[in-house]
Write a protein that binds this ligand. Structure first.
Ligand code: GLA
Ligand code: ZN
Length: 677
């Protein structure tokens, strides 16, 4: 629970008053009040201002800013300013500057630009956190610490290379074990001394900016290592802050499906997860929903913070579409519906110069409140104020878990063959979307998550099976669970070494099949999934593409077979009874109608239903606490749409209007329904 001193959905966002003067500051406060803004994230990019030279610190401006805001009832999400190092530091200490994928030493510039293994960066970042912790530990305005900003990017410098060797020693114990893990007899890459190991990049094993590698083992480990290195600098700052303020929560803003960091590992180190939501105008709403659920999953279902979203448009997309009227509000509530306890923006006042001057903000360049964007923000601010603490700390309760794993994702992406068109996130989303369309809540879970809380667990393309995981899945199915996995699963262990003896390796007896070969065809080429007999809602013929496992049933029941090619008649969908439960294997990448009918079938079998039926495009999801259920109904369509409440009479917590029977919801509108008592 992060909302002790401000028990409502926090409303505000990034605020950079250091880019402005007194005239704007007083206008800012006036307009924040008009908009119901009560939290400002400050000090994100002010390292150069806070530490103008090596031994001088200057926090007067920050003292004054915090004071000014707090006097007017605005609380602070206090960043540590370490997301971009000062120019003097880059000049004096080259080690803070990263080395790029192609081996070039960076100059000063940009942001997210510090090497995580630079002694200078580590020293000064930690010291900055100490200074801030010490200085503001008793300030009642400070609600939460925001360490750095959107950690990301890899470095390939000498210091990283050295630290990588240490990391490897730690993980493997010996050079022999490293050689074995990476299968270095291949192409004669055997290492005899630790310092023969170099970073895998464009000068060594990788090409296409790390999309391709000769050695999956070293590339996979370098990703783990860089993710750990950045996590380590986060921990340095976190611990420095915790030393002074053990009770103030610490977060750093994540980026949803960002590929480079293993966020499940990060989530464990953060008090509260926060993330920045920037969908494009054509991002499917179910993809955004899935990403929220993934961020909620990082801390096993605890509420998270929506740290940033744009009130209107971004600047960094090729085409920066405005959020249409109502959409900012709709997407804000979508975040809340999926577990966010804050609604925050980037940013509160739009910059005047540099790269983000065309990025939307609550206060636009015109400088007054008479804009569409401001009015929509103010409307939402009013609503969030009136909701008070109602939904705070409530939970989404799901009986379905979908497995997501960053290391598996890296391994699939780095794999040379069988197909460049295999996209892990897309395959996961395919299944997610089918549950989403039926308003069935889903938890996005790590491979560490306790499975016993679920009736159904889906692990699309579980290519890498980590130590002990197959046994845990077996236990889950033995106890009556329904497990679904797909083609190209059970292939390798954590080292990316193939599990010998037939695919899908350790999952083989669980799913009761053997995959003898894997065919990969151009994605425009389809095969068919054919049902001789209907199975639940599955019937007739569907299409599949990308990869085609040629499988033999070894005890599993064959539910459907391939319709064409030389493997026509071989199984493509199987079901294996295992203990009290069932394990399904989907041997190819199916079309959406298949996934929908399949999900319909397995959920019906388990008696899992969505909250209630709604028109396509009307999303329904519940948050619960103290036995109360808050049903968020969100219409993503461009027209009024309907949903079915039946006999139950429900009250919208925003407008107090009552609903029952076949109810209507306007385009882009949101209802938060609670049963009338
Ligand atoms: C990110 C950053 C912000 C800002 C926004 C712009 O999320 O954290 O500092 O650059 O993008 O969309
Ligand atoms: Zn480095």
């Amino acid at each position: 629970m992060i909302h002790k001193s401000l028990p409502k959905i926090w409303y505000g966002g990034d605020y950079n008053p250091e880019q402005w003067g007194e005239k704007e500051w007083s206008e800012d406060i006036r307009m924040f009040k008009l908009a119901g803004i009560d939290v400002a994230t400050i000090n994100v990019f002010s390292w150069a201002l806070n530490q103008p030279s090596e031994n001088t610190y200057n926090f007067e401006w920050l003292d004054a800013t915090i004071e000014r805001l707090y006097q007017d009832g605005i609380y602070i999400c206090l960043a540590t300013s370490t997301a971009a190092h000062p120019a003097w530091m880059a000049k004096r200490y080259p080690d803070v500057r990263r080395v790029t994928f192609d081996g070039r030493k960076r100059q000063f510039g940009g942001r997210h630009n510090s090497c995580p293994n630079s002694p200078t960066y580590r020293t000064y970042a930690e010291r900055m956190a100490q200074q801030l912790g010490e200085r503001y530990k008793n300030h009642p305005a400070v609600l939460i610490w925001h360490v750095s900003n959107e950690y990301g990017g890899y470095c390939y410098c000498e210091n990283c290379q050295k630290a990588f060797r240490v990391w490897l020693k730690d993980r493997y114990g010996s050079l022999e074990a490293v050689n074995e893990a990476w299968n270095t007899r291949f192409w004669g890459h055997t290492f005899y001394e630790w310092d023969e190991i170099v970073a895998p990049n464009g000068l060594s094993e990788e090409w296409k900016n790390g999309q391709n590698t000769n050695f999956q083992g070293i590339s996979l480990d370098y990703r783990r290592f860089q993710s750990d290195s950045l996590l380590d600098v986060f921990k340095l700052e976190r611990d420095a802050l915790k030393h002074h303020t053990p009770d103030i929560p610490v977060t750093t803003n994540l980026m949803g499906l960002y590929p480079e960091l293993d966020y499940f590992k990060w989530g464990k180190e953060m008090d509260v997860v926060s993330w920045d939501n920037y969908p494009s105008i054509d991002t499917p709403v179910s993809m955004t929903a899935m990403t929220h659920d993934l961020m909620r999953g990082l801390k096993s279902g605890q509420p998270f913070m929506l740290m940033e979203q744009t009130p209107s448009q971004q600047n960094w997309q090729p085409y920066n579409a405005l959020k249409r009227p109502g959409v900012m509000r709709l997407w804000s509530y979508q975040a809340v519906a999926h577990g966010a306890d804050t609604v925050m923006f980037f940013q509160l006042r739009r910059s005047r110069g540099a790269t983000e001057k065309y990025h939307g903000a609550v206060i636009e360049h015109v400088g007054h409140e008479h804009t569409r964007v401001f009015q929509e923000c103010a409307q939402l601010g009013k609503e969030l104020a009136s909701l008070g603490d109602q939904v705070l700390d409530s939970r989404v309760k799901a009986k379905v878990g979908i497995v997501f794993d960053w290391e598996n994702r890296w391994a699939i992406q780095l794999s040379s063959g069988p197909s460049i068109s295999l996209d892990y996130v897309k395959e996961v989303h395919k299944y997610y979307d089918a549950f989403y369309q039926k308003n069935i809540p889903v938890d996005m879970i790590s491979v560490d998550e306790d499975l016993s809380q679920y009736d159904i667990v889906v692990a699309p393309v579980l290519y890498m099976v980590k130590e002990g995981y197959a046994d845990r899945l077996k236990q889950f199915v033995k106890n009556g669970g329904t497990f679904v996995t797909t083609f190209f699963s059970g292939i390798v262990d954590e080292r990316d070494l193939v599990t010998l003896g037939g695919y899908p390796g350790e999952l083989r007896d669980l799913v009761g099949i053997w995959a003898e070969e894997i065919d990969a065809l151009h994605p425009s080429h389809y095969n068919e999934i054919k049902f001789e007999n209907a199975y639940g809602s599955l019937n007739g013929e569907y299409k599949c593409n990308i990869l085609f496992d040629l499988i033999h049933a070894e005890g599993a029941e064959v539910l459907a077979t391939y319709g064409s090619d030389f493997y026509q008649g071989m199984p493509v969908l199987t079901k294996n009874a295992y203990g009290e439960g069932n394990a399904y294997y989907v041997a190819s990448s199916p079309d959406q109608p298949f996934v929908q009918d399949f999900v319909e079938t397995i959920t019906a079998d388990k008696g899992i239903k969505g909250e209630f039926v709604s028109a396509k495009g009307v999303e329904v999801i519940a948050r619960e606490k103290f036995g109360e259920k808050y049903l968020f109904v969100m219409n993503h369509n461009t027209e009024t749409s309907s949903f079915e409440l039946g006999e139950t009479v429900m009250v919208d917590q925003i407008t107090n209007e009552t609903y029952n029977g076949t109810a209507q919801i306007k385009s882009k509108d949101v209802l938060i329904l609670k049963e009338m008592n």
